[in-house]
Design a protein. Structure first.
Lengths: 285, 346
């Protein structure tokens, strides 16, 4: 029973990680770049959300309505101002640019919000739970998981069915051939990053509701997103979703064994996948 | 100087000399030798505070040069070299404190540890592509930090102290630190220079310019990358061993601090990636900036971060790249110039 409970909690935790991992999978799939400041953007949005909530007395869903458009705009600007200049065969420039950005963002947040941990008041939903067959399940984690599933489904549909999704897949398969057929890679890239960071708008609200955030937390979020993408396999958004579940379950079970072992057991599962199945659990070989 | 006569044209075989050293190189090399001697004798002319400051700078130079070999030549961008810095630091403490080995002997002995640890790390990580490799190295460093925080016999999260250093007088410690500084710089800068001038260096530069073309010319790219990774792990380990021996204390957050990567990347990118001169310039800039602006804490790091972004966007060759565009006087020349001697052979 205790382990079944850990499994459920792990899946719910995975819902949180999926919201980080989707954007990372999308950006790597399209541009072959990793945004090192991915986690810091979550924290930045969370802190902005907390400040909005406290200065205007907004509820968590009103904060979300404000944060998601802001995140989309932030992603678009990030791509236009920085990433479009460093996209290319060589991975070094994009890594260094986003690494510098991460360093700057982290310390800027430290300057504005200080090193204190904060959280978003949720008006009670963060502590409500439902009992199913002797297991208490938090209402908030269930909402997080549902939103994560919805976002994955939505992103998958956009990529498969919409005109923009086709342009995106074309640009990721062969950017020059795509450009010849009239696609502007730079605006496609800007849209992709806007979506990737936009999803972080949702993640930011949930992250600051379910636990606390501090300016230095970004690195851990980046690592979780990255591990989820690699565990799942780099092929698809559903791979990232499944990888997040595996990571969540590994961490939840680890926490049950020993509180100091939770995060570490997630890393160990990641290294095992890397050793035994480098294409990822659900990736194409 | 080597003299090669080609047999392409039998009628007039041109005599070709390969020139490898330049005047600027000779001057720089003499200066380098002087600096090494000055470092080794620091205990007799500098105060303890100065020696500690120089030791810190030397550690940064070594970590930066190792990152430079990885990212600038082997194409392996790592943000997790602190894994090896911390592991070796811990190895020194365990050898000296737990097993009672002489601490100065423990440093060379501890260097075996990063070499051994780096092998499985590389075998796992080399499966990851470009940018994913970088984040993978960070995960490995995090694993090391978490393991050290949970491991009872390195005193878990509380860390260890190097109490055995009490047996040595202040002067003896200063002598050891001075000699270690000189050795570190000699191995990291001198060793890299020697390596880059050797035939491996030629292969490495070919690989940096184009890995596919290099492997078609017979360069074993995979083996070379592996060698560089292990060598960089040992180099970083050396810096870590010396740094934490001087600190006298080690704990998981300081041993596996990502700050090491931040500093190494800043130094190499600002100074100029893929050159030894760049590392020297970048380290001096970082060191001066740290002395003058370090007190501003967070805002100082914001400026470092923004500068790194700007270099990545607009000046990828860094300061040395800009200098050498206008003034071609390398301090550590590694190019081979063919000098055709125009002599009348009839």
């Amino acid at each position: 029973m205790q382990w079944f409970d850990a499994l459920i909690q792990g899946i719910l935790l995975g819902g949180m990680y999926a919201q980080y991992a989707l954007g990372m999978a999308l950006m790597f799939g399209v541009m072959r770049i990793v945004n090192v400041s991915h986690g810091d953007l979550v924290i930045l949005l969370s802190l902005i959300g907390i400040s909005l909530a406290s200065s205007f007395g907004l509820g968590p869903f009103a904060v979300m309505a404000a944060l998601v458009p802001l995140a989309v705009a932030l992603g678009w600007i990030l791509q236009r101002a920085v990433l479009n200049r460093v996209v290319g065969e060589d991975p070094l420039p994009s890594l260094i640019a986003t690494f510098g950005l991460s360093l700057a963002l982290q310390n800027l947040m430290l300057q504005i919000w200080s090193a204190n941990s904060r959280s978003l008041p949720g008006g009670g939903i963060e502590s409500r739970s439902i009992e199913i067959g002797g297991i208490y399940i938090g209402l908030l984690p269930v909402i997080v998981l549902l939103v994560a599933t919805g976002l994955t489904l939505g992103l998958d549909l956009v990529l498969k069915r919409m005109r923009f999704g086709r342009a995106l897949r074309a640009a990721s398969a062969d950017v020059e051939a795509a450009a010849m057929t009239g696609i502007n890679p730079r605006s496609v890239y800007a849209m992709a990053t806007a979506i990737a960071v936009g999803i972080l708008g949702f993640a930011a609200v949930f992250q600051s509701l379910r636990s606390t955030v501090a300016p230095s937390d970004g690195g851990a979020q980046l690592i979780y997103a990255f591990e989820a993408v690699i565990i799942g396999g780099m092929g698809s958004v559903w791979g990232a979703f499944a990888g997040s579940m595996v990571l969540g379950i590994a961490q939840a079970i680890g926490f049950r064994i020993d509180p100091g072992f939770g995060v570490l057991s997630g890393h160990i599962v990641f290294l095992l996948v890397l050793a035994l199945r480098p294409q990822g659990l659900f990736g194409r070989a | 100087m080597t003299s090669i006569s080609t047999t392409v044209d039998q009628a007039t075989p041109p005599v070709v000399n390969v020139r490898r050293q330049t005047l600027s190189g000779v001057i720089a090399l003499s200066l380098f030798a002087l600096i090494i001697v000055a470092l080794a004798t620091m205990a007799w002319w500098a105060k303890t505070g100065t020696i500690r400051m120089v030791l810190e700078l030397c550690c940064y130079i070594v970590a930066a040069q190792m990152w430079n070999m990885l990212a600038g030549y082997a194409g392996l961008v790592s943000v997790g070299q602190q894994a090896f810095i911390g592991v070796t630091g811990y190895a020194v403490f365990v050898l000296a404190q737990t097993f009672g080995v002489n601490p100065f002997l423990a440093i060379p002995l501890a260097l075996v540890v990063p070499a051994i640890v780096a092998i499985p790390c590389y075998l796992l990580l080399h499966r990851l592509d470009g940018p994913y490799f970088a984040i993978g190295t960070w995960v490995v460093a995090e694993v090391f930090r978490l393991v050290a925080s949970n491991l009872g016999w390195v005193n878990a999260g509380a860390g260890m102290s190097l109490g055995v250093m009490r047996d040595y007088s202040g002067f003896e410690r200063n002598v050891a630190m001075s000699i270690l500084c000189a050795l570190m710089i000699l191995v990291a800068i001198g060793g890299s220079y020697w390596f880059l001038r050797s035939r491996y260096g030629l292969a490495l530069i070919a690989m940096r310019d184009n890995p596919v073309a290099a492997s078609s010319q017979g360069v074993n790219v995979r083996r070379l990358r592996f060698m560089i990774y292990v060598a960089a792990a040992v180099g970083c380990g050396f810096a870590g061993a010396v740094y934490f021996m001087a600190q006298l204390r080690i704990n998981p957050p300081s041993a596996f601090d990502p700050m090491w990567s931040n500093v190494a990347i800043f130094i190499v990118m600002i100074g100029g990636i893929g050159t030894i001169e760049g590392v020297v310039i970048g380290a001096l800039i970082y060191f001066v900036a740290d002395r003058f602006f370090g007190e501003y804490g967070a805002s100082y790091f914001v400026v470092l971060g923004v500068m790194t972004v700007l270099v990545a966007l607009y000046a990828r060759t860094g300061i040395w790249g800009m200098i050498s565009k206008y003034w071609d006087a390398p301090w550590f020349p590694i190019r081979r110039h063919l000098m055709v001697e125009k002599e009348d052979r009839s």
